[in-house]
Design a protein around this ligand. Structure first.
Ligand SMILES: [Fe+2]
Length: 387
């Protein structure tokens, strides 16, 4: 019912805008009228196409996605219209230039959305990072860790073939360890259907796959506590038993090569960022517990969904933190991303003395089926001893 009401609303908004534009802006030109109508309808209805073709349509999430896109699209379309109307009154000779720039603007907007919703969100980017430390034993020289993050499986639309490509892309590099740093699902464990599981089970590495829980894996975004609890319990079982991953909930283990070892730790999402009041069963992050038995002489990698925990690591024996969560807000122009206004550390490698943080841009998407500049990322870390 809500879906039909919103569909009617978006149609009315689009028709009103078209009426205003064609009357005031494109009074004498049929081609401008219909170009505008087509462009605004395609941009406006992109979220509906995404919802209808979703691998796991989930009503609440889909409607949120749609509503946000509706607002963004309408704002973007209205801004140049207002600018044009202001200039048109004072400088009539500019009207042709204004019309052309307006059409170009709408076309550019349409092309950007179409690119981000099709090629941009499917074009896997593999980044390579070398981590040097005198704590890395010689026997771990060249040890490779692949990281992927924020798959948000339920939001993937059109094809789940991207998970086969994810696994094949990682397997190509013959890595020692794979780290999945949270938000595997978007809303519920049910997104991990047999097809997706079979694709993720293709992942191969010598020391297995380690994982941590992100906010979307914890049942934060469902209406009832019972549902949240079922998701929280099931996602852990699914990752351990169906996928065979080593899910680290404030835990660690050691990897050995000959007589040497490094520590791999994983910390759960912080309780103070809990959006659904599920405190009764959700323990949250515990860095001390995640590092129990690890001393400062051992090179230690910590997986944490949110990079915000990096600031709590002072005097803790962590050398490299692997995070995700930010997605670079799915928009990067060169190295710039709007996420810089919300997150101090939002994409790529950061140094704090000998300690390093890597924020992976994530693989799937939230809010809108779109990625531009911030491509779905796989990071391959190579450890190098600086002894
Ligand atoms: Fe995420």
């Amino acid at each position: 019912m809500l879906f039909i009401a919103l569909a009617t609303f978006i149609t009315i908004v689009m028709l009103c805008e078209w009426f205003v534009c064609s009357k005031r802006l494109f009074a004498n030109s049929t081609i401008y009228k219909y170009t505008y109508l087509t462009a605004s309808f395609l941009v406006g209805y992109m979220p509906i196409i995404a919802i209808l073709t979703a691998a796991n349509p989930i009503e609440n999430q889909a409607l949120t996605t749609w509503a946000i896109l509706l607002v963004i699209t309408n704002l973007l379309v209205k801004i140049p219209l207002v600018i044009y109307l202001i200039f048109h009154k004072k400088y009539k000779k500019h009207s042709v230039i204004a019309k052309v720039s307006y059409i170009m603007y709408v076309t550019l907007l349409l092309l950007s959305v179409a690119y981000g919703a099709s090629i941009g969100r499917n074009d896997i980017q593999v980044n390579f990072v070398t981590i040097k430390s005198n704590k890395i034993p010689k026997s771990f020289d060249g040890y490779k860790i692949a990281q992927f993050s924020d798959t948000h499986i339920g939001n993937i639309v059109l094809s789940n073939d991207i998970f086969k490509r994810l696994a094949d892309s990682i397997n190509k590099y013959n890595v020692d360890l794979i780290a999945q740093t949270g938000d595997l699902v978007n809303m519920t464990h049910k997104e991990l259907n047999p097809q997706i599981i079979s694709k993720l089970k293709r992942l191969k590495s010598k020391d297995g796959v380690v994982a941590v829980l992100g906010n979307h894996d914890l049942g934060f975004y469902v209406p009832s506590k019972d549902m949240a609890k079922e998701i929280f319990d099931s996602i852990r079982v699914y990752q351990r038993e169906k996928l065979g991953w080593r899910l680290l909930e404030n835990q660690n283990f050691f990897v050995h090569r000959g007589g040497d070892s490094i520590a791999i730790s994983g910390v759960t999402y912080p309780k103070n960022l809990n959006h659904n009041n599920i405190n009764s069963y959700f323990g949250g992050s515990n860095i001390e517990q995640a590092l129990r038995g690890v001393n400062d002489s051992v090179f230690t990698v910590m997986a944490s969904h949110t990079p915000s925990l990096f600031d709590s690591l002072a005097a803790k024996p962590v050398d490299l933190m692997l995070s995700g969560h930010v997605h670079a807000m799915q928009l990067k122009i060169g190295k710039w991303s709007p996420s810089k206004f919300l997150f101090e550390k939002y994409s790529g490698l950061y140094n704090d003395g000998d300690r390093q943080l890597y924020v992976n841009d994530g693989f799937g998407f939230v809010f809108y089926p779109f990625r531009m500049g911030a491509k779905p990322e796989i990071t391959i870390f190579s450890l190098k001893s600086s002894n």
